[in-house]
Every structure is written in structure tokens, then in C-alpha cells.
Design a protein around this ligand. Structure first.
Ligand code: FAD
Length: 74
């Protein structure tokens, strides 16, 4: 999954378009290696998943934590 399909950033953090473009670059590089027979499909998917986690997982989690802490309960 790439862009919003992989994980959506909270509105507070913005930058959804930039994340989608960045993830597209990550996935394109891995697909390119696969098409050149330099990695298997499984390796391609695993490498992309690892790169995505390194790049975005912490940011998305932090966004959710900050957003939750700012919700006003009435
Ligand atoms: C109201 C709103 C305001 C936003 N404001 C900002 C902002 O100011 N700054 C910012 O960085 N981000 C903003 N975002 C977030 C940003 O728009 C998204 O994070 C970004 O567009 C995600 O890109 P994407 O390619 O993953 O998905 P999308 O841009 O949603 O692209 C997915 C595309 O796939 C198409 N599609 C869906 N199903 C199929 C199918 N079965 N077959 C073929 N095509 C299909 C859709 O029509 C769409 O064109 C906003 C989002 C919303 C909803």
C-alpha cells in the first residue's frame, strides 16, 4: 500500500501529499529492482514494508498521540 491507503496522517500534522509522493519513490525503487530480477517479489515487498515503517510509522503514531491529547471532551 502507498499513500493514504498505507496510513493516513492526522489533519493536525498535515503533509499527506508529501508522504504519498515520498512513499511512491520508495515503492518505485523496489519495483525497479524486482523488474531487473535483482530481488524476488517477497524481498521487494519486505524491503518496501521496512522502508515504509522506518520512514512513516513513528510520525503517524506521534500524530495520533498529539491529536488525541488535544481533543476537548465536552
Ligand atoms: C479535504 C482534504 C484536505 C487535505 N488537505 C491537504 C493539505 O493541505 N496538504 C496535504 O499535504 N495533504 C492534504 N490532504 C491529504 C492528501 O490529499 C492525501 O494525503 C494525498 O492526496 C494522498 O495521496 P494518495 O495518492 O494516497 O491518494 P489520493 O490522492 O486520494 O489518490 C487516489 C486516487 O485513486 C483513485 N482511485 C480510487 N479507487 C480507484 C480504482 N478502483 N481504480 C482507479 N483509481 C482509483 C481516486 O479517484 C484518486 O484519484 C487533504 C485531504 C483531504 C481529504
Amino acid at each position: 500500500m502507498v499513500g493514504d491507503a498505507a496510513g493516513m496522517i492526522t489533519p493536525l500534522c498535515g503533509n499527506g501529499m508529501s508522504m504519498a509522493l515520498h512513499a511512491s519513490k520508495l515503492v518505485a525503487e523496489q519495483v525497479n529492482l524486482f523488474l531487473q530480477d535483482r530481488v524476488t517479489r517477497q524481498q521487494m515487498e519486505q524491503h518496501y514494508t521496512n522502508l515504509w515503517q522506518q520512514q512513516f510509522a513513528k510520525r503517524l503514531k506521534m500524530g495520533r498521540v498529539i491529536q488525541r491529547s488535544l481533543v476537548i471532551h465536552g
